[in-house]
Design a binder for this molecule. Structure first.
Ligand SMILES: [Fe+2]
Length: 346
């Protein structure tokens, strides 16, 4: 976002003139980006659905008007500033200089802001999501997304945004449940299912080679193979970034597809606010994250899709930010990896 170019939001405690970063920058400049990346026009519904099922993701350009993009940027700018005021050292909640909008919020999302609520009601995106699910009866799970600052120099490990149900024991015998899908007979896991869960990331800025575009590994949405760690990950995967893609586009992801954040060595903040959808036949527990007055601004279709996350009339949702911006779950934090320049050049 242009507003941040000279704002000093990034590069806190990092020497951007180091030899390491100069080398990394030139490597990305030369080699980052998926060759022959397909980008759909907004009216190519069938092609978008086909590419989504082939690759586990698809980019569609020009889904936001200039006014919508400007409105979305203003919302991102406001929330980013509020979050950074709470984190002057840029510790991040997904690694240094890297942040989840949803993870930082007490509701788990940002749909209490009109700029995010707008994203639920973009007709062209709703049509594409309908084409993907084969039905318009899908529902909104939440809306958040992420951003990274200049100076997010590390890679986030490849990961999936969902999993089979896992029960993890915490302190004082407290149990935490992650994920929902579970087959008591053990015949299937969540990767055997048709796509249950879609994330629509809206590009508030261009995705460029240098500003931390998402990397997506095509065709991995149904893979039963273990995901490589940062140390095991081959160079071609680290360079498999979704770029260049213009601002105002949407990156629609099957959240099971292997993906991760990449370094932002530019001078701009890269933000991709999102809306997340469950298939008509899939459910997980969903926190209430949209106030009733915001819900009232939606179209009839938008209201229907948000019926499980809306608060009661007059109910004041607890919004604001979590302590330490929600912290960082294991496996989601970007971190340094020992990686020779020759490996990235391969
Ligand atoms: Fe993710």
């Amino acid at each position: 976002m242009v507003e941040h170019k000279e704002s000093g939001y990034g590069w806190v405690g990092i020497d951007k003139e180091s030899d390491f970063l100069k080398t990394r920058k030139s490597e990305l400049q030369m080699n980052s980006g998926i060759h022959g990346l397909d980008i759909c026009d907004p009216d190519e519904l069938e092609r978008a659905a086909k590419l989504f099922y082939r690759d586990g993701f698809v980019c569609v350009k020009e889904v936001l008007t200039a006014d919508q993009l400007s409105f979305l940027r203003s919302g991102c700018d406001r929330v980013i500033k509020e979050m950074l005021d709470l984190d002057p050292a840029r510790t991040g909640n997904r690694g240094s200089h890297r942040y989840s909008f949803g993870g930082a919020s007490k509701t788990g999302g940002q749909l209490h802001h009109p700029e995010w609520a707008m994203l639920v009601d973009i007709p062209i995106v709703s049509e594409i999501v309908s084409a993907i699910f084969g039905s318009a009866d899908y529902i909104v799970r939440s809306g958040g997304g992420d951003f990274c600052l200049p100076g997010a120099i590390d890679y986030q490990p490849l990961h999936s945004d969902m999993s089979d149900r896992q029960v993890i024991s915490g302190r004082q015998g407290k149990e935490f449940v992650f994920g929902s899908f579970s087959d008591p007979e053990g015949r299937m896991n969540y990767r055997d299912l048709p796509c249950p869960y879609i994330c629509c990331n809206f590009l508030a800025t261009d995705f460029t080679r240098l500003n931390g575009p998402t990397r997506q590994i095509a065709g991995t949405q149904r893979s039963q193979q273990p995901m490589p760690s940062l140390e095991q990950e081959p160079a071609w995967m680290k360079l498999s970034t979704v770029c260049p893609v213009p601002a105002g586009s949407v990156l629609i992801r099957d959240v099971r597809a292997w993906h991760g954040g990449t370094p932002n060595l530019s001078e701009e903040v890269r933000a991709i606010p999102n809306v997340e959808y469950f298939a008509p036949w899939f459910r997980e527990p969903m926190p209430i994250s949209m106030p009733y007055d915001v819900y009232q601004t939606l179209s009839a279709e938008g209201k229907l899709r948000c019926r499980y996350i809306v608060g009661q009339p007059g109910e004041a949702l607890q919004t604001g930010y979590r302590k330490y911006l929600g912290g960082t779950p294991p496996g989601s934090q970007s971190r340094p990896v020992d990686m020779s320049s020759s490996e990235l050049m391969a």
